[in-house]
Design a protein around this ligand. Structure first.
Ligand code: PEP
Ligand code: MG
Length: 579
């Protein structure tokens, strides 16, 4: 369990009124930063059902109009100062705050039903969102904006801080319980210096986004929610520690990190060990924009295209044409290079309304990933056709893999579907322990496997990857998880398949773990483009024989903490680089 340690310096405390305090959590992205904190406001709670006005309706109507205007101009100002995708998100949300349908709906409920302006706008927002949702397509995607806007108007009416990432002209460290996916759209790394959350796991999607932005980040740091705005802290993203009242040591470490991070920002485009053994380093991407950035960062290809990210929030199946366009954008960024396309991994924390059932009692164990082919036949087949069409005429080397494969039969069936679509390099993800155990058999049907260590860890340890209190269980440093990775790699060797065994989970982005994975027998690593240079630098410091010895240290450790400590002790370069 993450602990909050409060060390009061006994002697100094008498002369110094402020005590030095530290908190610890799970480090997600390395980085040493000193800065002041701004806290994520708490989510806006729903006004009581039927909440009645006590004053005059005309005053309530005026209050509602003033609040919505204030929200509109605040969002508009933010949009004016934003760029790219964030600007578009903010502009769309600003428009919603002035939407006559929404505001008139609220006014009607005040006048006709005597509701408070908070309750009235809440209900009006729900009706507009439902109407947009029913229209489907692009309009349905705007439903979330309406719900965001109504929360902002309610916060304004209550005189509370607006939900979402706080506005600031000066850089700050963001501290919150967790981030909603929509908040991440407006997370600007030039203003947000680091991210610290009291909940969330190291493999949650908040953590994945922090890594993608290269933002020093710590999750599951229990207790940080009690810190107040303006407090100065020191964050060590590799160690997972937060120190209040930073002194000279912390400031010097932060300055040194600024230099190291500049050196570590370039990957030369070839992953190799000290002895020249090649370990291709690929990128995880969620669409064409990411792919272009990954190519600019010299990724050697794409090891995981999360196709569901191209269609999140959609309540209808994307057409073949839409899919071809989305995939081709990625292929075009990597001519002559490998691009591993993963078929839709809908379900659990990534619901796609047209494929998954939101009412499932146990979504992580439910119909997700490849299993949606059982309940929605045809979608996977059409996706494979779209991938094949997108691959035509591009120079990318297209590989395809299915998520959440549990049995050899499933792998064989998927390989058959790929062949029918004309896709010649089928593979599967190893995310379920049964697939790790059966990898030798599975590899008789497919050309490669890719370890999804995020889910493999959650299923091996029976610990929800989103949950902060389970963060200590939910780490791929767990020797049990490392043993499953070893079994998977051994499955390729013992049967004489010698087929590629990649890792595309977050484990690949941890430079220390990357050495262990290569020592275990993993042949390629795929990660967020931001991690390529750090992983590349650490891999280049060991030979294959050394990596094997280091892997043995981790595999034979009794605990995750011990495995990590042993490996870090064997790799002094990590401390030198502040990783
Ligand atoms: C994984 O589970 O490790 C993986 C790469 O898939 P995702 O994180 O998208 O579930
Ligand atoms: Mg997964």
């Amino acid at each position: 369990m993450p602990t909050v340690s409060e060390q009061t310096k006994s002697t100094e405390a008498q002369s110094e009124p402020t005590s030095a305090r530290s908190y610890s959590g799970v480090g997600v992205t390395p980085g040493r930063i000193v800065g002041v904190i701004r806290k994520m406001p708490s989510p806006v709670s729903e006004p009581t059902v039927g909440e009645q006005l006590s004053g005059a309706p005309e005053d309530a109507v005026a209050a509602l109009r003033t609040a919505s205007k204030a929200v509109h101009s605040e969002l508009k100002n933010r949009a004016d100062g934003a760029k790219g995708a964030s600007k578009a998100v903010l502009e769309a949300t600003a428009l919603m705050a002035a939407d006559p349908l929404l505001i008139k709906g609220g006014i009607k409920l005040i006048n006709n039903s005597g509701l408070t302006p908070e309750r009235a706008i809440w209900e009006a927002g729900a009706s507009v969102a439902e109407m947009l949702h029913n229209l489907g397509g692009y309009m349905a995607e705007r439903a979330a904006d309406v719900l965001d806007v109504r929360a902002r108007i309610v916060a304004e009416l209550r005189g509370m801080p607006a939900p979402g990432i706080p506005l600031s002209d000066t850089p700050f460290i963001l501290v919150g319980e967790d981030l909603a996916p929509a908040d991440t759209a407006t997370l600007d790394p030039s203003i947000v210096l680091a991210l610290v959350t009291s909940s969330g796991g190291p493999q949650s999607h908040t953590a994945i986004i922090a890594r993608a932005l290269g933002l020093p980040a710590i999750v599951a740091a229990a207790g940080v929610e009690t810190l107040t705005d303006g407090t100065e802290i020191y964050v060590d993203g590799a160690a997972g520690t937060i120190t209040l009242n930073p002194g000279t040591t912390e400031r010097t470490a932060a300055e040194a990190w600024a230099t190291t991070s500049a050196i570590l920002s370039v990957f030369d485009g070839e992953g190799r060990l000290k002895d020249g053994h090649l370990v291709p380093l690929l990128a995880n991407v969620g669409g064409a924009k990411d792919a272009v950035k990954a190519a600019a960062a010299n990724a050697q290809g794409v090891g995981l295209l999360r196709t569901e990210f191209c269609f999140l929030g959609r309540d209808t199946e994307p057409t073949i044409d839409e899919q071809v366009e989305a995939y081709r954008g990625v292929f075009d960024a990597f001519p002559g290079k490998k691009v591993v396309v993963r078929t839709l991994d809908a379900g659990a924390d990534k619901p796609l309304p047209f494929l998954t059932d939101a009412s499932e009692p146990n979504p992580a164990l439910g119909v997700r990933g490849y299993r949606t082919d059982f309940t929605s036949p045809g979608v996977l087949e059409r996706q494979l056709q779209a991938i094949a069409l997108a691959a035509e005429g591009t120079e990318a080397l297209v590989w395809v893999m299915a998520p959440m494969i549990s049995t050899t039969d499933e792998a064989e069936h998927f390989a058959g579907m790929c062949a029918a679509a004309g896709l010649t390099i089928p593979g599967v993800m190893v995310e379920v322990p049964s697939a790790a155990i059966m990898s030798a058999s599975i590899l008789t049907h497919v050309e490669f496997v890719s370890l999804g260590t995020n889910d493999l860890t959650q299923y091996a340890m029976a610990a929800d990857r989103q949950l902060g209190p389970l963060a200590e269980l939910n780490t791929p440093w767990q020797p049990a998880v490392l043993q499953l990775i070893r079994l998977t790699a051994a499955g390729s060797e013992t049967e004489g398949h010698h087929k590629p065994v990649g890792v595309c989970g977050e484990a690949a982005a941890d430079p220390a773990l990357a050495v262990v994975l290569v020592g275990i027998g993993v042949t390629t690593l795929s990660m967020t483009a931001r991690s390529l240079s750090a992983v590349g630098a650490v891999l280049a410091s060991v030979t294959l024989a050394e990596a094997r010895d280091i892997a043995a240290l981790a595999l034979t450790a009794p605990t995750a903490t011990e495995a990590k400590a042993r490996v870090r002790a064997a790799l002094p370069i990590l401390a030198e680089l502040g990783l």
